[in-house]
Design a protein around this ligand. Structure first.
Ligand code: SF4
Length: 388
């Protein structure tokens, strides 16, 4: 049952000049897809996203070169920066003076310094953030859940694991006296996003939530999926900041912000009229799901975006079959996310890894891979009936 509820009142969070939570309006965010070390293009992208309405812009920092570029980007960006640290959390010390928010992924803290516990890493991150006046985002992603939690609760549902992971980080941060943080719980399945955020909001009503559907894919389906997740949450009064992730070329990235603005406006219209959009009241049809990352600084070959679009066109003949096809832009999330797909492609610099139900089929040149994808898809749908 979908209800329209008043917006909840979480604690306030400060990201340099931007406040979110409490009585503040929903804050829009987006992310640069340029190479972070390319200062000129990244500053241009920050301006493009801010021009479309982004109030915070995220950049990925993976190396010392990226970290060195950050002061120059921050000085010229019209809005505060958030930084995404996937593998190398220690770069936080270098970037914190220049950014308003540091995002870390609890599932990725295990990838480095195996001798240091996750809690010591978070203690260190909270200390860096506090000394530099930064916020933190505990960014939990269904495709990279903390392996220790999976081991502890092997039978648990992924949604419960996501919430458990976020909760243990919230407990630790609050115990440390660090409260300037937000949480995100992202999945590529809109229903799981709704479930996870509702569950978390019940347990942690004072912690602001950053909403988003990860790897929603190219428009128009990526927009549909995002609406199906974000609208029910916003109408339930949940969500203090949002980011729409769409697979788009670098020059079109600002469309993410336009879509985010439209979703917030649609939620406001529904709230004032007291009516819920009809498609939120029916169970979504089970059909072909294209899971596709939005691309960021880490994309290994710019041809990834065009490939994702070609896969969307190629697979449209199988739309009515409930299968998952994943197309990912790099090795950070590519191998994991394609494990769970019926057909998975993850893009390396000079070839594309093709997987069939988690098993590597081979590596193919960008220009040769589409017939292979079609062959695998035909094999899957042979004998299936649409929607089965
Ligand atoms: S999978 Fe895509 S969005 Fe995620 S880190 Fe790699 S390139 Fe960036």
């Amino acid at each position: 049952m979908l209800e329209i509820l008043p917006r909840r009142k979480t604690r306030n969070i400060q990201v340099r000049s931007v406040f979110l939570g409490g009585e503040h309006p929903i804050v829009l965010q987006s992310m640069c897809a340029t190479r972070t070390a390319d200062v000129e293009r990244t500053v241009a992208q920050c301006r493009q996203l801010a021009g479309a309405g982004a109030q915070i812009v995220r950049v990925a920092v993976d190396s010392q070169r990226d970290a060195q570029a950050l002061p120059l980007i921050a000085e010229q960006s019209p809005v505060p920066l958030a930084v995404d640290l996937q593998e190398n959390y220690r770069l936080a010390a270098k970037v914190a003076p220049w950014v308003g928010k540091i995002r870390y992924n609890p599932g990725h803290l295990h990838h480095t310094e195996g001798h240091v516990s996750w809690s010591d890493k978070v203690r260190w991150l909270a200390d860096i953030a506090a000394r530099n006046g930064c916020a933190l985002r505990v960014g939990v992603n269904c495709g990279s859940i903390d392996p220790a939690l999976k081991e502890r609760w092997p039978q648990a549902d992924p949604v419960e694991l996501m919430v458990a992971s976020a909760s243990e980080h919230c407990q630790l941060l609050e115990k440390l006296g660090f409260t300037n943080f937000v949480v995100s719980l992202k999945d590529s399945d809109p229903q799981k996003v709704v479930q996870a955020n509702r569950l978390f909001a019940r347990e942690w009503p004072h912690v602001p939530l950053h909403l988003g559907v990860t790897e929603a894919g190219p428009p128009p389906d990526g927009i549909t999926k995002t609406r199906l997740a974000l609208l029910p949450l916003l109408l339930a009064g949940i969500g203090e900041t949002i980011r729409v992730s769409l697979t788009l070329p670098v020059e079109g990235k600002h469309e993410e912000v336009i879509v985010a603005r439209n979703i917030v406006a649609e939620a406001e219209r529904s709230r004032s009229s007291g009516t819920v959009p009809a498609e939120l009241l029916t169970e979504p049809e089970r059909k072909l799901n294209l899971v596709c990352c939005p691309g960021c600084s880490r994309v290994e070959n710019a041809a990834f975006v065009a490939l994702a679009e070609k896969v969307r066109e190629l697979t449209s003949y199988a739309r009515q079959y409930p299968l998952t096809i994943a197309v990912m832009g790099c090795r950070v999330n590519g191998p994991g996310e394609t494990d769970n797909a019926d057909v998975g492609l993850w893009c390396a610099p000079n070839y594309v890894n093709l997987k069939f139900r988690g098993e590597l089929v081979g590596r193919f040149a960008y220009e040769d891979i589409l017939p292979e994808v079609k062959r695998l898809l035909d094999r899957l749908i042979a004998g299936m009936s649409p929607g089965s």
